[in-house]
Each structure stands twice: as structure tokens, then as C-alpha cells.
Design a protein around this ligand. Structure first.
Ligand code: ADP
Length: 252
């Protein structure tokens, strides 16, 4: 009905306010749409490479596989590892697409979760991973499986990109739980530090491919942490090592 009556100062202000909010919403939607498009384009690019490799090895097998055993073994090995890669990519893309709802949240002790994750890793790898905790309990209200995933991603990266000891520290600062994963490896240049959380970003594509990297790990970690109203960041000195820090709200 406002059209019929004369707009007084207040309604005009409200109208401008609505327009500004509306424009902001449209910009936000556009931005999301572009990100989604970029994701689909990156994802198809990443999947095309292993598919092309599998196809060319299948053709090689067809031509030479029967008469040359070394060709047979090379081709079967490559097909197997490319299939693993595709499987990992698809699993990680599904993790990213998962709805981050609060449904499965429970009260968990971050210290225990880290202790368990570390023992899984030290059982499988011959590497020193030290837990440093100032207190026995750091309680958060979270999806346990997802937080375990974050810890897993950060420790596996530290293992991949360094050769020495890894330190995991869990503490509390006021209302925040603070988790730090520190390595003394290759480090990340300042320009790359902000980009490592982007989907599919890898500092060294070739090396990361060798180590089985997809460039999705840190973006999954970021999505999960932000869905828990937390933050994730990195501080690193190139050539010396990196510290990834996760902050999550404490369960009061
Ligand atoms: P990836 O599967 O390639 O490891 P991530 O999203 O987990 O993907 O990491 C993105 C990139 O960030 C990696 O390719 C690597 O270049 C860099 N990176 C991640 N963690 C570390 C680390 N602890 N030390 C040095 N570089 C790292």
C-alpha cells in the first residue's frame, strides 16, 4: 500500500535499505554460482587426467600386453593407481558436497580425539608425532567424525610435506579450543599461504600428484571447521616448516 501514500523520510530510508540488502543478496548468489561453476570445471579437469591415463594403458595392454610381460605389469600397475586416484577424488568431492548440519553433534574431548588419531598414524608410519596438551580435557560440541577428518587431513599433510617430528598441540584460550599441527618441513611461500585452502590448489602439482595429493584436503578441512563456527589458518616459513591452527568454540 505504500505506493498510494506519500513516502515520508523513514519509508524512503527503509526502501533504500531493502534495495541495498537485495543487491547484497544478488552479489552473494552470483559469487556462489561462479564458485560452483569453477568447482565443476576443476573437478572434471582433475578426473579427465586419470581417465586418459587408464585409457592409454588399456590400449597399450591390448597391443603389447600379451607378448611383453613388463608392459603388462607396468600397465596394470598404472591402471590400478589411477583408479585409486579417481576413487579418492570422488570420495573427497562427496565430502565437500555433504550437507554440514548440526545433526550429529556430540560433546567430545579434543585431547582424546587427537591422542587416538596420533596412535593410528604412528601405528602405520615410522614417524614421531608428539602430543602436547596443557590440560587433560578440551571439550567441544561437534561432529566427531568430521573433526577427526580435519585432524587426519592436517597430520597426513605434515607427514607428506616434512621428514622430521610432527607436533600436535591442543589447548584452550578463553572460550576457544586451539589445535595446532606443526611440522619442520618444506614450508609454504607467503603468496601460496592464502591459496592452499582453495579447492584443487596445490603448490607443486607434479610432486603433489606423486604423493597422491588432490588439492582438496585443506578445502575440506576449512569447510568442516567453518561449519563448526571455527577458523583455520596457516603460518609458515618457507624452507623451515608450517603450523596449521584450528580454533573451535568450547562447549560451555
Ligand atoms: P593435497 O592433496 O595436494 O595435499 P591439500 O588441500 O591438503 O591438498 O593441500 C594443498 C597444498 O598445500 C598441497 O598441495 C601443498 O602444496 C600445500 N601444503 C599443505 N600442507 C602442507 C604442509 N604441511 N607443508 C607444506 N605444504 C603444505
Amino acid at each position: 500500500n505504500w505506493k498510494k501514500t506519500e513516502l515520508d523520510g523513514r519509508s524512503k530510508d527503509e526502501l533504500y535499505q531493502m534495495e541495498a540488502t537485495f543487491n547484497e543478496m544478488i552479489d552473494h548468489l552470483k559469487d556462489n554460482f561462479q564458485k560452483q561453476e569453477q568447482f565443476v570445471s576443476n573437478a572434471s579437469h582433475e578426473l579427465k587426467t586419470p581417465i586418459a591415463i587408464v585409457k592409454s594403458y588399456a590400449q597399450l595392454l591390448e597391443r603389447r600386453g600379451l607378448e611383453r610381460p613388463e608392459v603388462f605389469h607396468e600397465a596394470v600397475g598404472a591402471i590400478d593407481s589411477e583408479a585409486d586416484r579417481m576413487q579418492k577424488l570422488v570420495e573427497q568431492m562427496l565430502l565437500l558436497a555433504k550437507n554440514q548440519s548440526e545433526e550429529d553433534h556430540t560433546t567430545i574431548n579434543l585431547v582424546n580425539l587427537c591422542r587416538k588419531s596420533i596412535s593410528t598414524f604412528t601405528g602405520a608410519y615410522d614417524r614421531a608425532i608428539t602430543l602436547i596438551n596443557e590440560q587433560e580435557n578440551v571439550m567441544i560440541y561437534a561432529n566427531e567424525e568430521q573433526i577427526r577428518q580435519v585432524v587426519y587431513i592436517l597430520i597426513s599433510n605434515a607427514l607428506k610435506y616434512s621428514d622430521d617430528e610432527i607436533r600436535v598441540s591442543v589447548g584452550q584460550d578463553g572460550h576457544q579450543a586451539i589445535l595446532e599441527i606443526e611440522d619442520f618441513g618444506q614450508g609454504i611461500r607467503p603468496d601460496d599461504q592464502a591459496k592452499v585452502f582453495e579447492r584443487f590448489y596445490r603448490v607443486d602439482k607434479a610432486r603433489s600428484r606423486e604423493t597422491g595429493g588432490t588439492g582438496l584436503g585443506l578445502s575440506i578441512a576449512k569447510t568442516i571447521v567453518e561449519a563448526h563456527e571455527g577458523t583455520i589458518s596457516v603460518s609458515s616459513t618457507y624452507g623451515e616448516g608450517s603450523i596449521f591452527t584450528v580454533k573451535l568454540p568450547i562447549e560451555e
